[in-house]
Ligand binder design. Structure first.
Ligand SMILES: C[S@@+](CC[C@H](N)C(=O)[O-])C[C@H]1O[C@@H](n2cnc3c(N)ncnc32)[C@H](O)[C@@H]1O
Length: 205
């Protein structure tokens, strides 16, 4: 199929998607915003004074949602892609796996924080199994960072894809957090293997 026919089909499909249409109407930069809105309704974890780290923030839908909920706390967004400014959200442009970026994140908060979000996904390569594995690796790295910077009752919420690395992520989460729940929001496309893992309360070993 020709490239402009593919993008025309993509546009028709997007316009039929109620979450995509709502994101345009409500001024969210991504339809993913509704996934976080739904998960926050369910788990009620973003509080008005929360300090929050949003890993893989671009284009900014989740940070916009966090900004609406948080009145007093700090919000830091991080992405390898540049992100257009959101008021009262600070942004670090870089790969969070890079030690210098990690150091900048730690320095920014200089205290334990309440929430670490990761909606990170690798660029699609065409090999779904490999992509889901590599996105799983990002989740594992984000979990390691979360364990270092979260307060005792902190929350780590991350995207994962059902696939070969899922079992390992689940095991690690159960060893590190008191409460682990897997959840697929309604706004996550049915045909996608994406789900989210919600982890709360650091386990002291
Ligand atoms: C699905 S998008 C996130 C959408 C976002 N939650 C929103 O609502 O707008 C995934 C993002 O993860 C970012 N990402 C992937 N690997 C990363 C890494 N190692 N460090 C930082 N960001 C990364 C990508 O650049 C991409 O922008």
């Amino acid at each position: 199929m020709k490239k402009n026919k593919i993008s025309k089909n993509w546009l028709i499909k997007q316009n039929k998607d109620p979450f995509f249409r709502q994101s345009k109407i409500q001024g969210y930069r991504s339809r993913s915003a509704f996934k976080l809105i739904e998960m926050n309704k369910k788990f009620k974890f973003i509080k008005k004074n929360s300090s929050l780290l949003d890993l893989g923030s671009c284009p900014g839908g989740w940070s916009q949602v966090a900004r609406k909920e948080i009145i007093k706390g700090k919000i830091l967004a991080v992405d390898v892609r540049p992100m257009e400014k959101i008021n009262n959200v600070d942004f670090i442009h870089g790969d969070f796996c890079d030690v210098n970026i990690c150091e900048k994140i730690m320095l920014y908060f200089n205290n334990k924080i309440d929430v670490v979000l990761s909606d990170m996904a690798v660029n699609t390569s065409g090999n779904k199994a490999l992509d889901s594995y590599r996105t799983g690796e990002l989740c594992i790295s984000a979990m390691s960072l979360a364990k270092k910077i979260l307060s005792e009752n902190g929350v780590f919420l991350s995207k994962i894809f059902m696939g070969s690395i899922f079992g390992e992520i689940n095991e690690r989460a159960k060893k590190s957090f008191k409460n682990v729940v897997k959840y697929k929001p309604l706004s996550s496309k049915k045909e996608s293997k994406e789900i989210y893992i919600f982890c709360k309360g650091i386990l002291k070993i």
